[in-house]
Design a protein around this ligand. Sequence first.
Ligand code: SF4
Ligand code: SF4
Length: 303
Amino acid sequence: MARTRREFLKDAAMLAAGLGLGSAPVPRLALALEGLAAQRPGLVWLQGQSCSGCSVSLLNGERPGPAELLTRYFSVWFHPTLSAATGDEALAAVERAVNAGGYLLAVEGAVPLGMPRACTVGQEPLVDLVSRAAARARAVLAVGTCASFGGIPAAATNPTGAAPMGEILAKAGLSVPHLNVPGCPAHPHWIVGTAVLVLHKNDVTVDKEHRPTAFFGRPVHDQCPHFARYERQEFARTPGEDGCLFKLGCQGALTHADCPWRGWNGGTSWCVRGRAPCTGCARPGFARDPAYPFFRLNEGRTA
Ligand code: SF4
Ligand code: SF4
């Protein structure tokens, strides 16, 4: 049954609240949702060198939940984890989607550019498939830090030559709109919000790393409730101790994301609130940059 304008406004208000955007963009979001519901654009989701954590994160999303999102506003043409089809049937579904074109291509995981046969779909190296699929997409979403920046598969020595989607698109000479939605995993709001905004007139402001500034505009550190303690140099020296976690390796100052006020798991908590340092999971150098491993050594230690 066709949805009414009031229902779109209600969904838009829930989405805006969930995304932390306030009430101002509700009419614009309602229009975007109405446009999406009318078209139900195809979504093609491919996975490369990933743990599927970003898919799990999406399925944990709320307002709108993944079932509502996927059935009401998108038409899922292929998703390897959700697909009921397997083997040749699944490969045929991918081919049908790529031939049709005009979909939103979401890529989860890095692409083994230096060892193409390390990740294949059927017999086709992933690097070839994502290049073909991106050429016929209306936009490409790199979901998670592995797809956005290389992440854990691209960590030191990087034996498979794991590369992010930006590198793959540049190598293929493609200029399709491309957004990075980092995070290990990416927050469901970041994925949903970016997908809706990019499909509505490509209406997303991005930074030089192709990240939507609505979610990645400010460092974690600047929004952290412990910021004043950092300024007063009130540092926790051992895990569990009260205070700012900088001396325990917190990378909030290097990491752009809105975790402190968005929260995770329905907004109940986030890393620092759970007394774990920010590991910089949404940072371009996460895992990949040898100068910044997951945790710095506590300053009290020498080895
Ligand atoms: S806990 Fe981390 S993010 Fe928060 S103020 Fe300290 S260094 Fe910054
Ligand atoms: S606080 Fe840091 S490590 Fe935790 S989810 Fe946010 S960006 Fe990732």
